[in-house]
Design a protein around this ligand. Structure first.
Ligand SMILES: Nc1ncnc2c1ncn2[C@@H]1O[C@H](COP(=O)(O)OP(=O)(O)O)[C@@H](O)[C@H]1O
Ligand SMILES: [Mg+2]
Length: 474
């Protein structure tokens, strides 16, 4: 046996306990027994049990109740095999639904249960291996269409993946414009168990107020002048799926009240309709506004805000996750290369640096637009600094040396001494080259102007590999 499982048998029949203990021990298994669910539970809470063989009909707490109690604590372990009465398929199904992995019907031969235990052992040892392997896999760098590698975003991927599979019906995604809120909303839908049902996105900013209500709730024939036919609203059409209410901060206050009602009562009523129609939808709302402020200004209902804010997901601005910039730039380059039939290979180091240092107030949308423009108009082999739009370069040029210095600090996490040396080295190179340029490489004259003795100047030149002859007119 490669894997030696510890087995617990809970059965009130002494004969079965004796028989299985004897047979399993003979085959080299470790097995414990308990006559009641209560006794079994106390063993389970003290010892690591890999496989539980659990009878359903027990005096006191039933096997099913114990099963549920165990699964509340741990979804996977132990592996649970139920013992059911012959022909009692219904109970077996209930048990499997409550988290048992297998069942065996009474009366059984030892050979039968041994096979079940062998398979369980194989399953357990495999899933242990999978757990170990999963821990070794580097963190994912994409989720749906989103890509990222910054710790902040990887954490968001984690949250999104958990939230998408949870039963929660409202999610609020906040973040500056262009941070990927819509993309995140779609990713949540796609990785949820609603993915095969509709995903409908509504932009609360662009759609007209009066239209929005009938769009969302639908209307009965004749409920208003233009309502020539009965029409289903998007809530009804999205039933079972997900609705994205994009930029919900722009939604009219009266409509907010109706939305709240939908979220609380999980029913909708068409405009002009008499009856409530039950619906099951998940609402994802996004906003770039600070809804708290809108609430205190009376523009957003507080109760709706609380309702939405149960699970808030905040997407950080790109400048707070600069590790993602070059990765995104590469991905957008590949994307637009394909779109425009270009073959630009990549970015020079200095181009990457410029992109990384820029603050991207329009976030990923702005970065994407910039790369699109570059790929469209340039036909270079590699994107270099001079291919980058002038406004970005101008911005970077306008930074004073102290700001640049702070950025480089931020980027490399340099110690004080290393940061200082970096700045000093840069200064020395710039100073001496411009001095030598001015004097045509004349060290004596340079020494006079800089009021530094020749030997010091030469030491610095050697340090940086600067040769005076390179500055002489030949
Ligand atoms: N993590 C990401 N990876 C790749 N593309 C992204 C990512 N986040 C945003 N984008 C792209 O940036 C643009 C803006 O994203 P969007 O979701 O519309 O932002 P928001 O809704 O927050 O304004 C879209 O073209 C989107 O595809
Ligand atoms: Mg948006």
């Amino acid at each position: 046996m490669e894997f030696e499982p510890s087995i617990l048998l809970i059965d009130d029949e002494e004969n079965i306990r004796k028989f299985l203990t004897r047979s399993f021990t003979k085959k080299g298994y470790k097995i414990k027994t308990a006559p009641t669910a209560e006794d079994g539970w106390s063993i389970l809470s003290k010892e690591k049990i890999d496989i539980l063989i659990l009878d359903i009909n027990l005096p006191g707490m039933s096997g099913i109740d114990l099963l549920q109690k165990i699964r509340e604590v741990d979804e996977k372990s132990p592996f649970i095999v139920m013992i059911t009465a012959y022909g009692d398929v219904k109970t077996a199904v209930t048990a499997m639904k409550a988290g048992a992995q297998d069942y065996i019907t009474k009366p059984f031969e030892f050979a039968e249960i041994e096979i079940v235990i062998q398979q369980a052992s194989k399953f357990i040892s495999l899933s242990q291996k999978v757990d170990i392997l999963e821990k070794q896999i580097p963190k994912r760098t994409s989720f749906g269409d989103m890509i990222a590698q910054s710790p902040a975003m990887l954490e968001i991927f984690d949250i999104i993946s958990k939230v998408s599979k949870s039963p929660t019906s409202t999610i609020l995604i906040t973040g500056e414009t262009g941070t990927g809120k819509e993309l995140a909303a779609r990713a949540i839908h796609q990785s949820s168990n609603r993915s095969k049902k509709p995903y409908i996105a509504i932009n609360c900013t662009t759609i007209q107020e009066t239209l929005l209500e009938s769009e969302l709730f639908g209307h009965e024939k004749g409920s208003f002048t233009d309502a020539k036919e009965r029409k289903k609203g998007l809530f009804e059409l999205a039933n079972g799926g997900t609705i994205l209410l994009d930029e919900i901060g722009d939604m009219d206050v009266k409509l907010q009240a109706k939305l709240l009602r939908v979220l609380q009562e999980k029913t909708i009523r068409r405009i002009g309709g008499e009856s409530d129609i039950p619906i099951d939808i998940r609402v994802i709302a996004t906003t770039h506004q600070e809804l708290e402020n809108a609430v205190s200004e009376g523009k957003f209902r507080q109760d709706l805000f609380f309702r939405l804010n149960v699970i808030p997901i905040e997407l950080p601005p790109l400048r707070k996750r600069r590790e993602d910039i070059s990765m995104l730039a590469e991905a957008f380059l590949a994307h637009f290369n394909k779109d425009f039939g270009k073959e630009i290979k990549g970015f020079s180091d200095s181009a990457k640096k410029a992109l990384t240092n820029y603050p991207w107030n329009g976030n990923i949308r702005e970065l994407k637009n910039v790369i699109e423009r570059i790929v469209l108009i340039e036909s270079c082999e590699e994107i270099d600094v001079h291919n980058i739009p002038k406004n970005i370069l101008a911005y970077l040029g306008e930074m004073n040396s102290n700001q640049k210095f702070l950025l480089s600090l931020d980027e490399d996490n340099l110690s004080f001494n290393d940061a200082k040396n970096k700045i000093v080295n840069e200064f020395e190179v710039n100073y001496i080259t411009s001095l030598l340029e001015k004097t045509n490489g004349n060290v004596t004259q340079s020494s006079k102007i800089s009021q530094t003795d020749r030997s010091s100047l030469q030491r610095i030149m050697r340090k940086h590999g600067i040769k005076s002859e390179n500055f002489r007119d030949s």
